[in-house]
Design a protein around this ligand. Structure first.
Ligand SMILES: Nc1ncnc2c1ncn2[C@@H]1O[C@H](COP(=O)(O)OP(=O)(O)OP(=O)(O)O)[C@@H](O)[C@H]1O
Ligand SMILES: [Mg+2]
Length: 270
């Protein structure tokens, strides 16, 4: 469990807080989507989750380890993988396999185990065969998946991804989301920061940040239905959600509809 307890974070002593009194928990194996306008504190929160930043006040614990305690730094970082907003900032190897090996190598993973982890991580993101490719020759989508592979090779219990699909086309997006779904199925908790609310409809839980505070934390439908809150967050309900809400308005019970097939079934029961 990751516990964020009354966390405030200020980048500069005098400046205003990037995060202000945030409390939340992330349970093992869950899927959480974080949304919020530019500058609302999403990336700051991501960095606090794996100890890259320590709270100015309040506490973050990862499986009961205080992230501000330097003696836990490695343990925390190996449990909480972080894929940064810009994958170029995360590339460290001169070829793909070196890049993926970098994290676990630093954790002291022995050679043979390292090979297994790198191969498994590359397979999971469908980059097998590109082991010797130079990372800068990869497409944007491949780079994004490489960054995810690097985090996966650490075998984290929690994986935090900061807008991993922002630079991808529709196909790349679907690909990355499919990889994440598989990971969650195998027990990894996913924390997905996104600007695309379509990625939130299927989440169990959405957290919305605004100006450094949590303004919503719960299932996606109540957020999507709250026009004033949506507007204050600069969010627009995705077409599917709008369609469902219109149908509900005229009397269809679509409370559990998540996919187009669910809607078809509700309109024309088989
Ligand atoms: N390195 C930094 N130094 C000083 N201020 C920063 C730094 N990084 C972020 N901030 C400020 O902290 C606040 C929160 O920024 P953060 O990057 O966490 O927001 P965000 O929600 O991730 O935004 P975006 O959607 O643009 O990625 C903003 O006011 C931002 O200007
Ligand atoms: Mg950000």
């Amino acid at each position: 469990m990751i516990v964020i307890d009354g966390v405030t974070y200020t980048y500069h002593q005098a400046g205003s807080a990037a995060l202000d009194g945030v409390s939340a928990t992330i349970a093992p194996g869950t899927w959480t989507v974080i949304v919020g306008p530019n500058g609302s504190g999403k990336s700051t929160l991501a960095r606090l989750l794996n100890g890259l930043l320590a709270p100015s006040s309040g506490r973050v614990t990862v499986d009961e380890m205080d992230t501000a305690d330097e003696s836990h730094a490695w343990d925390v970082r190996s449990r909480v993988g972080l894929v940064l907003q810009n994958p170029d900032n995360q590339i460290v190897g001169t070829v793909v396999e070196e890049d993926v090996a970098f994290g676990p190598e630093n954790l002291g993973v022995p050679r043979e185990e390292l090979r297994l982890r790198v191969d498994a991580a590359l397979a999971a993101v469908r980059l097998t065969g590109l082991e010797r490719r130079e990372p800068h020759l990869l497409s944007e989508g491949q780079k994004q998946r490489l960054a995810i592979a690097g985090a996966l090779a650490m075998r984290p219990a929690y994986l935090v991804l900061d807008e991993p699909t922002a630079m991808l086309d529709a196909e790349g997006r679907t690909d990355v989301l499919a990889v994440l779904k598989e990971l969650q199925t195998s027990g990894t908790a996913i924390v997905l920061i996104t600007h695309d609310l379509a990625e939130a409809i299927h989440a169990e839980r959405v957290m919305a940040l605004n100006a450094g505070s949590v303004v919503y934390d719960g299932e996606p439908r109540a957020l999507l239905a709250d026009d004033a809150l949506m507007q204050s967050l600069g969010l627009e309900a995705p077409p599917f959600a709008r369609f469902v809400s219109v149908l509900e308005h005229v009397g269809f019970d679509l409370a559990s509809a998540r996919t187009a097939d669910d809607v078809v079934e509700a309109l024309w029961p088989s």
